[in-house]
Write a protein that binds this ligand. Structure first.
Ligand SMILES: Nc1ncnc2c1ncn2[C@@H]1O[C@H](COP(=O)(O)OP(=O)(O)OP(=O)(O)O)[C@@H](O)[C@H]1O
Ligand SMILES: Cc1cn([C@H]2C[C@H](O)[C@@H](COP(=O)(O)O)O2)c(=O)[nH]c1=O
Length: 214
């Protein structure tokens, strides 16, 4: 049975992920994307990583606030992801719902790989273990410079988490890893220049989503 088909030949829902460095603007555009998909008649589940389940949200608290070894960080990201796939993502897709998710495994390659310097082969092993047969159908990468993203986060005036507190160099490496991955997987990862006005990002997002809905 193909990944795109259920037992009775009904098409599965689609799995759409949003990625980018902290402050790139992806979370803001997710609600907009979900609204558009609902207008197209799709049932939409919005979720996030790390998180999306009761256990995943507890792991998220640890990941965002506790100091830990980079490999522990990678393992916990994938542990949260395993639970998320089992409890939320796979059941929703099997029901025919569309899943719109704030981050997925591309984030592990970008943050733990690019940012922390972990060997991509180790991340690949974790990915193969956690979701050997599942990849997003489409990924939006919100691309912006760490300087602009940092200004956007500062303007929110809230406490920063462990990743947001990292230096610009870290975010520059994360951004570079994302762009490298987007170049290697251009058919799946669609880059949106989010250095421009939010309305412009949303217009491009709408066009791409509408083409997927038809
Ligand atoms: N082109 C744009 N697209 C999206 N958001 C933008 C854009 N320009 C400015 N913004 C603003 O950037 C701010 C940061 O957005 P948001 O919190 O969605 O980022 P994020 O990528 O989800 O960050 P984080 O990963 O830290 O949660 C918001 O206040 C949003 O209104
Ligand atoms: C899935 C995933 C996430 N991260 C990091 C990236 C962000 O800094 C935080 C999540 O915060 P957000 O405001 O919800 O974007 O977690 C990571 O390092 N690796 C991952 O796999």
């Amino acid at each position: 049975m193909s990944q795109m088909q259920q037992k009775h030949g009904e098409p599965q829902g689609k799995f759409i992920t949003f990625e980018g460095i902290d402050g790139a603007g992806k979370s803001t555009c997710i609600a907009h994307a979900a609204e558009l998909l609902r207008q197209c008649g799709k049932r939409v589940v919005i979720s996030r990583e790390p998180g999306g389940t009761s256990l995943g949200e507890k792991l998220r608290e640890l990941l965002l606030h506790e100091t830990m070894h980079p490999e522990t960080e990678a393992l916990l990201m994938f542990a949260a992801r395993r639970e998320h796939l089992a409890q939320v993502i796979e059941p929703a897709l099997a029901r025919g719902d569309w899943v719109v998710c704030d981050r997925f495994s591309d984030a592990s390659y970008a943050y733990q790989g690019g940012g922390r310097g972990l060997d991509a082969a180790k991340l690949f092993e974790l990915e193969r273990w956690t979701h050997p047969h599942r990849q997003p159908d489409l990924t939006f990468l919100f691309d912006v410079s760490p300087d602009v993203a940092g200004q956007r986060i500062a303007a929110q005036g809230r406490a920063l988490d462990r990743f947001e507190q990292e230096k610009r160099d870290f975010h520059a490496r994360v951004r570079a890893a994302y762009l490298e991955r987007a170049a290697a997987q251009a058919g799946r990862i669609f880059v949106i220049d989010s250095g421009r006005a939010r309305e412009e990002s949303e217009k491009i997002l709408d066009e791409k989503l509408l083409s997927l809905c038809l």
